[in-house]
Design a protein around this ligand. Structure first.
Ligand code: C2E
Ligand code: CA
Ligand code: CA
Length: 626
């Protein structure tokens, strides 16, 4: 050791030893090795001596007169507590049992009595060193825990602060900000049944201002608090709703899923009957009445537009005197009512088998062979045949589009089965599927089921998804498309060219076909730009190994241009309109081997099908828009 280092502190030992000879021996022996020994002869005094002396360690004789040394050891250990004071038991015996007992009594070490003072001194200073180190470790661990605790506390405080920023201090409900984010989070949750709408109720107390003015602000506050409690109570069994106070006397309730739009009206009735029970404000019993605006949404529900719609519905409720609920309806007046009826009727259309599929041939213009058919949905409503434009948007809004899509897949495959059984070799059928439907596991299940039921090879089915729909959430689409692709079905991007496909993603999508949107085909004759778009789409498709189908081909000129531009297949009035299934056979017989009629160009051209004058194949649609 270097002479410059400070002399090591002498250790102080409490020796509990009844034999004076040993006391003396130990004291002098250890003193030589830098240890001061304070001896106490009796176990009884040992505990007191511990406090008086404050030793670095205790050396304890195992066999003391006034009690077993081990008992003293236990008492000493208890008294020492957390302090870094080791106890070394000195004993004349070195049998296993004694050693075990010593440790069980809290000894830190065990030493057989000998005259090896140096050894004992070393052992003691080692013991003291480790004990101190352990205590330091423990205390730094505690400091660390405390620091962690503080960090947690800070997090918790921040969370509380955030929570407070989202809360209305008067009622404890969410405030506007909190409601908007909680409601949107609920809407974003994947829903078990996408057909079930979300509903937002905007509740406004009638004549609250008057109550506030006549009874005072305190009574007004009390009323609001009671209303808040009633609302909480009314729906306490529904954990997944958002309830907030958006403005002074305006409350909002969001239900992420409701059995139907009608259930939203029932919820409004519950709110009203809950509020109709008298409450006390300012010591008086009073009855509050509320007006309620209801908005429902299914596909891609966003809370803010729902809130705006509920606001409009609320104004409508107020405008007829309040104390009632109104549902938001997109347009007013006659059209509104009609749409409302339509929505209700569409719910039943599936069960009543009012939905039908018409089929439009897709033709390979080089070989003039039937390449496939596209199934297009129609709604036979009473004596009118409605086109998809009239009801698909409603089906999308109400979530019915999913069930309809699954029905269409099943029905289209059954039809192909029937055709083939009748000797009409329809190679593929394309079914339009709403892009959001991709996220529903039911889709893959019903596709598998429909393929099993018909025994058709999976490549018979092509699912058409709009480019815009797929690109809206490309990451999700990728997964779902890959899942479907694994079933072996073909996938097409519909209305291609109208969206903004990222080329990078396009190469990753497991698709087979690009359907060139009709708008480009329409303008082929007049616009060089359309030609350029079509040319680049076919080039892109070729590079990616995809096939192209041009939609809406009405004229011979369009057909020729498309062929020149390298388009593989075409579909349009030039060859055929969508037609009921029973007419396809006749069309095919007339078409196959017969050159298509020299079509006139210009608007309305190509309306006729080859060999057919007029008739059912013309797919008369009575109402395009309601
Ligand atoms: P789409 O998938 O792009 O279907 C092509 C539309 O163009 C069809 O209208 C078809 O009748 C029409 N069309 C075909 N050839 C020509 C032509 O030469 N000239 C003109 N002017 N039009 C032509 P439709 O049947 O009214 O369908 C409209 C849209 O409704 C479809 O567009 C599709 O997006 C949607 N749709 C149809 N059936 C279903 C379905 O079962 N499910 C879903 N989700 N959507 C469907
Ligand atoms: Ca389509
Ligand atoms: Ca299309």
């Amino acid at each position: 050791m270097s002479s410059h280092s400070p002399p090591p502190r002498r250790l102080r030992i409490l020796l509990v030893e009844d034999d004076p000879a040993w006391q003396h021996l130990v004291s002098t022996g250890l003193a030589e090795h830098g240890i001061d020994v304070h001896a106490t002869p009796s176990a009884g005094r040992a505990v007191d001596a511990l406090d008086e002396i404050g030793p670095d360690a205790v050396v304890l004789d195992a066999i003391l007169p006034d009690g077993e040394g081990f008992e003293v050891c236990v008492r000493l250990r208890r008294r020492i507590g957390e302090r870094p004071v080791p106890i070394l038991v000195l004993s004349g015996r070195d049998d296993e049992a004694s050693i075990e007992r010593a440790f069980a009594a809290g000894a830190s070490d065990y030493f057989v009595k000998s005259l090896q003072w140096k050894l004992l001194a070393e052992r003691l200073s080692q013991l003291v060193g480790t004990a101190q180190m352990r205590t330091e470790l423990a205390s730094s661990q505690r400091r660390l825990d405390r620091a962690k605790g503080l960090a947690l506390l800070a997090q918790e405080t921040a969370r509380r602060a955030r929570e407070l920023a989202n809360r209305d201090p008067l009622t404890g409900l969410l405030n506007r900000k909190g409601f908007l984010s909680a409601a949107q989070a609920l809407l974003d949750e994947p829903r078990a049944d996408p057909g079930q709408p979300a509903a937002l109720l905007l509740i406004d107390l009638d004549r609250f201002q008057r109550l506030n003015d006549s009874l005072g602000a305190t009574a007004g506050d009390e009323t609001l608090q009671q209303v808040a409690r009633r609302l909480q109570q009314a729906f306490r069994n529904l954990p997944l709703i958002a309830l907030g106070r958006l403005a002074s006397d305006e409350f909002a309730l969001l239900f992420p899923t409701m059995r139907s739009s009608l259930a939203a009206e029932r919820a409004a009735q519950i709110v009203q009957s809950e509020l109709r029970r008298p409450l006390t404000c300012g010591g008086l019993e009073c009855v509050v009445r509320a007006s309620i605006g209801i908005a429902t949404a299914t596909v891609e529900a966003r809370v803010e537009p729902m809130l705006a719609q509920a606001g409009q519905a609320l104004s409508a409720a107020k405008s007829v005197g309040g104390n009632c609920a109104r549902r938001y309806q997109a347009e007013l007046g006659h059209a509104d009512r009609e749409r409302f009826d339509l929505e209700a009727a569409l719910h039943q259309a599936l069960e009543r088998r009012e939905l039908v599929l018409h089929y439009q041939p897709i033709v390979d213009p080089r070989t003039r062979r039937l390449a496939g058919v596209e199934a297009l949905m129609r709604w036979q409503r009473d004596d009118r045949l409605l086109s998809p434009g009239a009801f698909i948007p409603i089906a999308e809004e109400t979530g019915l589009v999913y069930r309809m899509g699954e029905w269409a897949v099943g029905e289209a495959l059954k039809q192909v089965r029937r055709w083939r059984d009748e000797g009409l070799p329809v190679p593929t059928v394309s079914v339009n599927i709403h892009a959001r439907h991709l996220e529903q596991p039911e889709l893959a299940r019903s596709v598998t089921q429909a393929l099993d039921d018909t025994g058709l090879e999976s490549s018979t089915l092509e699912l058409e998804l709009t480019e815009t729909g797929v690109m809206r959430d490309i990451k999700r689409s990728l997964d779902s498309l890959q899942g479907l692709k694994q079933l072996g079905v073909r996938l097409a991007l519909d209305d291609f060219g109208t969206g903004y496909s990222s080329l990078a993603y396009l190469t990753q999508l497991p698709i087979d076909t690009l359907k060139i949107d009709r708008s480009f085909v329409d303008k082929l004759g007049e616009s060089g730009q359309s030609r350029a778009v079509v040319r680049s789409i076919t080039a892109l498709a070729q590079a990616l190994g995809l096939s192209t189908v041009a939609e809406g081909v009405e004229t011979r000129e369009q057909l020729d241009s498309l062929r020149a531009l390298g388009c593989d297949e075409v579909q349009g009035y030039f060859y055929a309109r969508p037609m009921p299934p029973r007419e396809l056979q006749g069309w095919w017989q007339r078409f196959d081997g017969t050159p298509p009629p020299a079509a006139r160009s210009g608007p309305g051209a190509g309306r006729g099908r080859p060999g057919a004058k007029t008739g059912p194949g013309d797919d008369p649609v009575d109402a395009i828009y309601v």
